[in-house]
Write a protein that binds this ligand. Sequence first.
Ligand code: GDP
Ligand code: IMO
Ligand code: MG
Length: 428
Amino acid sequence: MANVTVIGAQWGDEGKGKLVDWLSNRADVVVRFQGGHNAGHTLVVGDQVYKLSLLPSGVVQGKLSVIGNGVVVDPWHLLAEIEKLGRQGVPIGPDLLVLADNACLILPLHRDLDQAREAAATQKIGTTGRGIGPAYEDKVGRRAIRVADLADRAALEAKIDRLMAHHGPLRRGLGLPDIDGAALLLELEAVAPKVLPFAKPAWLLLDELVKAGKRVLFEGAQGALLDVDHGTYPYVTSSNTVAGQAAAGSGLGPKGAGYVLGIVKAYTTRVGEGPFPTELDDAVGQHLGAVGKEVGTVTGRNRRCGWFDAVLVRQSVALNGISGIALTKLDVLDGLPTLKICTGYRSGEQHFSYLPAGLKAQGSLMPVYEEMEGWSQTTQGARSWRDLPANAIKYVRRIEELIGAPVALLGTSPQREDMILVRDPFQD
Ligand code: GDP
Ligand code: IMO
Ligand code: MG
């Protein structure tokens, strides 16, 4: 396959950043295609830790990186992240980073609205508070300011007026002060010369690269269960996170997705509110959280932890057209005497082999488990099958059977090189 699309197959934080970093030296360009700086991707290289939210993880390996049109971009955050990476020894200029000129912006008014709604809601979503939802609302509402508008004062003025007309009543209803349109215009005009050098027609660049035989690595953010259509709605993010979005969110047509690599954690976690059938509120849940260091990168919240849910991942395999998976964090299960895998759900008399769409149904699901024996040896840092205990191999094989997809890569520590390569997605 010429191209590889990396997506999260659960509720995010599966280890996409580590995989994209690792795969990026096999690619020519790395492309983000949805989400924004709600993502938090942690890369560990020796004693350096890189935390990326908006920049494609390929930048760390010095790969050409594209922020596609499907991403919502906070320009101030973008510049801050570029600066932070620069301080860590990763200089990022317009030769390395391309920002789609038709991507929509996240403005301070989006962050205000996101946070004020969460504060006022009785049924909170548990968003990252970074303005993602309101920015996508303005995008589909055809009011958003796009990157290219930063070069056009008249467009900015007209769009600010339009945004003020829409947001004014919403803000008043939430007790927020009115928007100062003149101040917003000044702020955008101040940021424009720093952002515009990165702005290009990204679809055109990708078209040229593909025609020249170059290899594209797409980097998804969030996970399939946070997809606005297919996830646990309304406890989702506001973009399509599934692999199909790689095409629309980059402008590179659906044939460009190539090998779809689903990133799957060897157990399950979720941040924020919403149903989670295999969630554990006991010592095992605490073990997963502590050993797996399950703390959100963006908000610092503890991630909720639970057993591996094969029903959800099987559904993800279908929704994304997954070719193979990278199973991460196997090492976190070291030392647990018994492991459970959810193979179906019960709700009253009903049995489900998939996640039903209704909120009420989702909230009432009781997991049906099968049990497997754990292993007492360490898998941490393993780089070959030979280093794995027999029971760990059995666990991996059982997951493959239940989800209907093969394991291409296995992660055994946060470090870049601690991985077992079973098959190379770029060669498959
Ligand atoms: P992403 O959002 O999908 O990129 O994932 P995050 O970076 O938010 O969360 C994954 C966390 O697990 C990060 O802290 C990684 O450094 C770490 N990680 C990734 N793969 C492994 C692995 O195989 N084993 C262990 N122990 N940690 C891992
Ligand atoms: P990565 O790319 C985990 C969750 C939030 C909240 C919901 C909506 O690191 O896997 P939003 O701010 O997007 O409107 O919040 O989505 N969420 C994530 N959870 N990993 C992420 O990204 C997430 N991005 C958003 O916690 O429940
Ligand atoms: Mg993350």
